[in-house]
Design a protein around this ligand. Sequence first.
Ligand SMILES: CSC[C@H]1O[C@H](OP(=O)(O)O)[C@H](O)[C@@H]1O
Length: 353
Amino acid sequence: METLRWQNDQLILLDQTKLPSREVYICCTRWQDVCRAISILSVRGAPAIGVAAAYGVVLAAQNIAARQKDLTVAKLWEQLIPICNALDASRPTAVNLHWALDRMLKKGRSLEKAAIPDVISALKALAVQIHTEDIEVNTAMAECGAAALAKKGTPLTILTHCNAGALATAGIGTALGVIRALHKHHLIRMVYADETRPLLQGARLTVTELMDDHIPVTLISDNMAAWVMKTKKVDAVLVGADRITHNGDTANKIGTYGVSILAKEHGIPFYVVAPVSTFDISLATGDQIPIEERNHDEVRFLQGVPTALSDAPVFNPAFDVTPHENIQAIITEKGLIMHPDDTHIDLFFHQFI
Ligand SMILES: CSC[C@H]1O[C@H](OP(=O)(O)O)[C@H](O)[C@@H]1O
């Protein structure tokens, strides 16, 4: 399975809403196709949607240039800015989406004197670079995380929430990347994967990824996490992230905050695995992170089967925020930030960024 591929000036996306039963690919020829795929989670995961959105800008630029023969660069940007805004608004929480679009816009602005074909080529090259960077960053994070966790040298039991795997990125994943690296060194005893209601990214995606890689995995419902921590000697919790603020507060899939409290209660270290592009240090604390609220039917139905009355009142936040005090370390491609807080994050960015 390939999360996304740029081929013949089109973006091919694996439709994750159809997994695990069907492996269906969507061919995106317009930016609107990408916008819709992001909003309905055909493509999902903070890093993956950033890469997809970058290609969405290329599709828009290609189509505008093909339709408008006397196009100037100024006119091209006049039309691309609202398109970037629409892509940015498709999912408000994951900051990688915003950073990728910001890089595309900055590249465009730097080419105001170039010929249109050169602008299109430069945008395509940058989107490919953003794609390639994510693959490389995943590998670096995996090695960094595995080195930190392998200290004891004994196989580990891990609990994870949602899907922070290859299906959430362009590479081997963030949290699942670390798990893959540990498995390569025979250091995974078992991975307990929360099903992650309401959209079941854990059951549908994480379990599929780990079984495909012959990594020991056990699917649990979300309400089993506490009992698994108490009875199954969990060594660590590993999760991904969608946005990390200056003090280390971390937005991730709904349910992550609760898992962090359970981990604290059981004395289990809780790790966030995220690339530097997931940090948004312009926000001081997690209560400033925009939390996406999604369609209420996502909670009223399970895979199309009603589980509540059609007019049952619903609250459906797609993310929650784990306070930095609950996080043992943030694992990035540049190294670990132990006990993340303002000071440690400032030190990290000063040293590495
Ligand atoms: C590699 S981090 C992916 C991150 O995104 C997921 O959310 P969604 O499936 O709604 O895109 C979840 O928060 C994961 O941790």
